[in-house]
Design a protein around this ligand. Structure first.
Ligand code: ADP
Ligand code: MN
Ligand code: MN
Ligand code: MN
Length: 373
């Protein structure tokens, strides 16, 4: 892999061009998920006006044969704008727009799980499902080695790094702070960040978001992270177990509630949902990473604050369980629960979709390899 040349360009010179007037024309960067179901792509065009809502942004297209999405002979894919954000990189009035991908026949691409998710959210609308996702990730140097780790060997064992402070305990905080500010500017509903248990591992939270909004905001937060990392010459990976051995993996804990769970007496509704989840463990595991549980099997070992991929468990304040009820929720008797199983590289549309289908729409079925959406 070549070195991160863009990060070494003079960013002070770049500032000068950012200040040039645009004469009323607006750059819109279309962002979409590629055929891997994990990778993000983008391209930019000029509009002659400033779009006020996503409806003002026209459809576009791209070459799907270059994104693992189609054959070269029939390669045009449609980009359907879904949610508009401010562009924190080239600033107002420029926009970022998260898009759905449709095939030549206008059916969703295999990697487009948003339409199916939206159907579930529409059916469950009166329950007002809220989500908060905790996105963990690991920073890597351009050589693929964890950022800031000694070139030969390992940093000291885990213990001092979680929520750590100090140059010997944190690796890459500039990126975390820049990403947080960029999300606030963009209008992404970021709600927090912290250093994680493994050195060079971090987390940000997005939420609470209602319904389809959750997937849209998390995908854009991921785009902004990758783009921020470009500026610093560092790479963010969502691999659920980037370093084997005695190092924590990376998850995407899904916090979930319905209106009934948030009200007085809600704990009973939380327990009912957990009972439904217990009967569908295998199915959820299939959906909780892009490879049907294969990626997550490296992470969900039962060690390092995880539950075993083979067992379902739930408990108050238990970080070794599949489902954790936060202590204050147990005390208040209402609130939300946390599904700790999703891998860091999950598709949030798939995760929020299946939570709603199992817990609200009462879908059942737990057959193996069922996640062939
Ligand atoms: P943890 O203790 O597991 O590290 P965090 O503070 O990182 O928890 O994340 C908690 C998440 O729960 C946040 O994303 C927050 O938005 C979300 N959350 C809080 N209340 C609710 C709720 N009622 N329904 C769904 N999500 C919620
Ligand atoms: Mn957290
Ligand atoms: Mn965490
Ligand atoms: Mn958590």
């Amino acid at each position: 892999m070549s070195v991160a040349v863009s990060s070494k360009l003079n960013k002070t010179v770049r500032e000068r061009y950012l200040k040039l007037p645009q004469e009323g024309r607006v750059q819109v960067t279309y962002v979409w998920i590629d055929g891997t179901g994990e990778g993000l792509r983008c391209k930019t065009r000029t509009l002659e006006y400033e779009p006020k809502t996503v409806q003002d942004i026209p459809e576009w297209n791209y070459d799907g044969s270059s994104t693992f999405q189609s054959e070269g002979s029939n390669s045009d894919m449609f980009l359907i704008p879904c949610r508009m954000f401010r562009d924190p990189f080239i600033l107002d009035p420029n926009k970022l727009v998260l898009c759905e991908v449709l095939k030549y026949n206008r059916k969703p691409a295999e990697s487009n799980l948003r339409q199916r998710c939206k159907e579930a959210m529409d059916k469950a609308i009166s329950s007002h499902p809220w989500f908060g996702l905790e996105q963990e990730y690991t920073l890597l140097g351009i050589d693929g080695h964890p950022y800031g780790w000694p070139p030969n060997g390992f940093p000291g064992p885990q213990g001092p790094y979680y929520c750590g402070v100090g140059a010997d305990k944190t690796f890459g905080r500039d990126i975390v702070e820049a990403h947080y500010k960029a999300c606030l500017y963009a209008g992404v509903k970021i709600s927090g960040s912290n250093a994680e248990v493994m050195p060079s591992q971090w987390e940000f939270q997005v939420g609470p978001c209602e319904g389809i909004e959750m997937g849209d905001h998390l995908w854009m937060a991921r785009y902004i992270l990758h783009r921020t990392c470009e500026d610093f010459g560092v790479v963010a990976t969502f691999d659920p177990k980037p370093i084997t051995g005695n190092w924590n993996g990376a998850g995407c804990h899904a916090n979930f509630s319905t209106e009934a769970m948030r009200k007085e007496g809600g704990l009973q509704h939380i327990e009912e949902a957990i009972d439904k989840l217990s009967k569908r463990h295998q199915y959820h595991i299939c959906v909780y990473d892009p490879k049907g549980g294969k990626d997550n099997s490296r992470r969900l070992t039962g060690l390092h604050e995880t539950s075993s991929i083979h067992d379902f468990s739930a408990g108050i304040a238990n970080r070794g369980a599949s489902i954790r009820i936060p202590r204050e929720v147990g005390q208040d008797g209402c609130g939300y629960f946390e599904d700790r199983r999703p891998a860091a590289n999950c598709d949030p549309y798939a995760v929020t979709d299946v939570l709603v289908r199992t817990c609200i729409l009462n879908e059942t079925g737990n057959e193996l390899n069922c996640c062939t959406q």
